[in-house]
Design a protein around this ligand. Structure first.
Ligand SMILES: *[C@@H]1O[C@H](CO)[C@@H](O)[C@H](O)[C@H]1NC(C)=O
Ligand SMILES: *[C@@H]1O[C@H](CO)[C@@H](O)[C@H](O)[C@H]1NC(C)=O
Length: 377
């Protein structure tokens, strides 16, 4: 099945070419041919520069928001930020290993299998392009004593769990991010880059490091990912992201990076953490990624869009496309193993194939989202 998908990019392109040829032989008039060639060239151009077009259209749609736009009714309940760690790697881990990038995977206590697969695939990459990359897993507390015992064992076996003192629930994901940022601030303040990644994401540190090396330093404020714009809070109490006006009064959120995967430079991580500490923690809280966006706004840091992050919608698998992406969301553990093996066992695709493949799989992903009507979370 994977092989079939791999060939499909090429098939789509060649089908387009054949369609044109057929028309060319049937029609004597030159107009049809000219139109056909123009459409093909435009299509090819769009595919090749899909990433540039995407960045440009996002830049056009930006809405800044103003610091202090977030007001909370004083009568709501407030939560306290988690400051303690029940499980964590050695406090000296960063002083010893001096990582260039820390990938914090947010994971639920029960997702042991997902964590194992990540360790066996992309999370096992510790030396990427000559740089040290470390992957840790952020979890909260479980009410299940058996699960809690297993977590202690897992932390002993792997030394890569960071467990904060808060109940691990969907509504508490914002506390998890605060706990992670606090941990990095305390134990790895020197690390140049931190990525926060969900445990159903295929993450490619090598592509990220190449991208960062080309364009960004750790001492400039970088808040990088797939930028979501003009998202409105969910006012429907049955929604997983329900946020009443008492907790957040404005009609839209400021721009923010999708929580599936985003990256902060050292200076941005410090400023965002500081800003976050000055913000109220109403119950219920804004979603984790929105909260980081609000903190970034407070710290006057603008989210930076990178088309190589998939964000909410999945991207259909094709080897060359996946070799070019930094993050792909909605990847099951079984897919992660299969895709990773395939991506690693074959040589890198050429620049041209990678570009075309990236364009095609993005368009297919977009069509899939539109046709399937699946809502982006
Ligand atoms: C979030 O965590 C706090 C601290 O553990 C807990 O009291 C609260 O019930 C949790 N909230 C939800 C909605 O799970
Ligand atoms: C970053 O770029 C420089 C040259 O521009 C290169 O020598 C170095 O190997 C690159 N590092 C990484 C991690 O890609």
């Amino acid at each position: 099945m994977a092989g079939e998908q791999m060939g499909s990019d090429r098939r789509i392109v060649s089908r387009g070419l054949w369609g044109c040829k057929g028309n060319f032989w049937k029609r004597k008039g030159g107009t049809r041919t000219a139109v056909c060639v123009t459409v093909l060239l435009t299509g090819l151009f769009a595919l090749l520069f899909e990433d540039a077009i995407e960045s440009w259209s996002i830049a056009l749609g930006r809405s800044r928001g103003v610091p202090g736009m977030w007001t909370v009714d004083p009568h709501v309940g407030f939560l306290s930020p988690p400051r303690e760690y029940l499980l964590m790697p050695s406090p000296l881990v960063c002083q010893r290993a001096k990582p260039h990038l820390i990938v914090m995977v947010t994971s639920a206590p029960g997702h042991r299998h997902a964590r194992r697969v990540i360790r066996d695939t992309w999370g096992g990459e510790t030396d990427v392009r000559g740089r040290r990359v470390m992957t840790f897993f952020a979890v909260g507390q479980s009410l299940d004593p058996e699960l809690s015992k297993q977590l202690v064992q897992e932390a002993q076996d792997h030394g890569d769990l960071v467990q904060g003192r808060f109940l691990d629930t969907y509504a508490n994901l914002t506390l998890k991010t605060l706990s992670v940022l606090g941990w990095v601030r305390r134990f790895c303040p020197e690390v140049p880059f931190v990525a926060k990644v969900d445990d159903d994401v295929l993450f490619n540190s090598a592509v990220l490091l190449r991208y960062l090396n080309r364009s960004h330093g750790a001492d400039s404020d970088l808040y990088l990912g797939r930028v979501h714009m003009r998202v409105a809070p969910k006012r429907n109490p049955t929604s997983r992201h329900y946020l009443p006006a008492l907790s957040y009064s404005p009609e839209v959120f400021p721009d923010y990076c999708s929580g599936t995967a985003y990256v902060l430079s050292r200076s941005a991580a410090h400023k965002i953490f500081q800003a976050a500490a000055s913000l109220p923690l109403p119950d219920p809280l804004p979603p984790e990624d929105v909260f980081v966006g609000l903190s970034a706004l407070e710290a006057k840091i603008t989210p930076y869009h990178c088309p190589l992050f998939s964000g909410g919608p999945g991207v259909p698998y094709s080897r060359c496309c996946y070799q070019a992406m930094v993050s792909v969301h909605h990847t099951s553990p079984a897919e992660m193993v299969r895709f990773w093996q395939e991506m690693r066992s074959a040589p890198s695709c050429s620049w041209l194939r990678m570009k075309v493949s990236l364009g095609i799989c993005k368009v297919r992903g977009l069509l899939g989202t539109l046709l399937g009507g699946k809502e982006e979370e």
